[in-house]
Design a protein around this ligand. Structure first.
Ligand SMILES: [Zn+2]
Length: 212
């Protein structure tokens, strides 16, 4: 079997960083990464605290979702992760959080519009809302993949956030950035009417990397 030990270390470190950053509380949230060669997916386990999580707690699954390494049960959202990888060949990491400012907009089912210039190269534009689907289902992954067509992150209606990337680091930075942009948009809304980044500027700074 392919050696995914480096990927496991990256997943563990980044999941702990996300917990410390406040992107999720308790045992909620989950992170996975896909090995480029073998297609194996390393994913965080279900219902386990992040501060004491070790490499042995991580679960490795094959393309069909069978556990091939680890004694824990995979995250309850493993079907969502698997479906996103199936739909999006350019995605190699999926980070699911419940970060509070972004999740507030997910509850309103309101996209975060492009109010910061950095949202354009980081996310691809606004932060859209994926249509509602039950947690733990493959359908949720399908709805997320639809919302992510030209974006690096989206909100999940009445639920939270998914950020994806070509690496664990990219998915993590996007998850952090989604929360940061949502917080700033929230503050701006509370004191006035936010202005959007002009369309022409969006066209000029759009990164080809997040398109398609
Ligand atoms: Zn969740």
């Amino acid at each position: 079997m392919a050696d995914v030990s480096a990927l496991k270390e990256e997943v563990l470190e980044t999941a702990k960083a996300g917990y410390r950053e406040g992107l999720f509380k308790g045992t909620s949230g989950n992170l996975s990464a896909r090995d480029r060669g073998s297609g194996l997916v390393v994913i965080t386990p279900t219902s386990l605290p992040y501060d004491t999580m070790t490499l042995e707690d991580l679960v490795v699954m094959d393309r069909e979702g069978r556990v091939v390494e680890g004694f824990r049960k995979p995250s309850s959202e493993w079907k969502m992760h698997a479906r996103i990888y199936k739909e999006k060949e350019d995605v190699f990491s999926v980070f699911h959080t419940h970060s509070p400012y972004a999740t507030a907009f997910a509850v309103l089912r309101q996209p975060v519009p492009p109010v910061l210039t950095e949202m354009i190269p980081f996310i691809g534009g606004d932060i859209p809302v994926a249509e509602f689907a039950l947690p733990g289902t493959e359908e949720l992954g399908l709805r997320v993949a639809e919302a992510l067509r030209e974006r690096g992150a989206c909100l999940l209606a009445n639920h939270g956030v998914v950020a994806v990337g070509s690496s664990v680091r990219e998915a993590y930075l996007r998850a952090v950035y989604v929360e940061d942009a949502s917080r700033i948009y929230h503050h701006a809304l509370s004191v006035g009417t936010p202005c959007l980044v002009p369309e022409e500027a969006i066209r000029k700074i759009i990164s080809p990397a997040v398109r398609g």
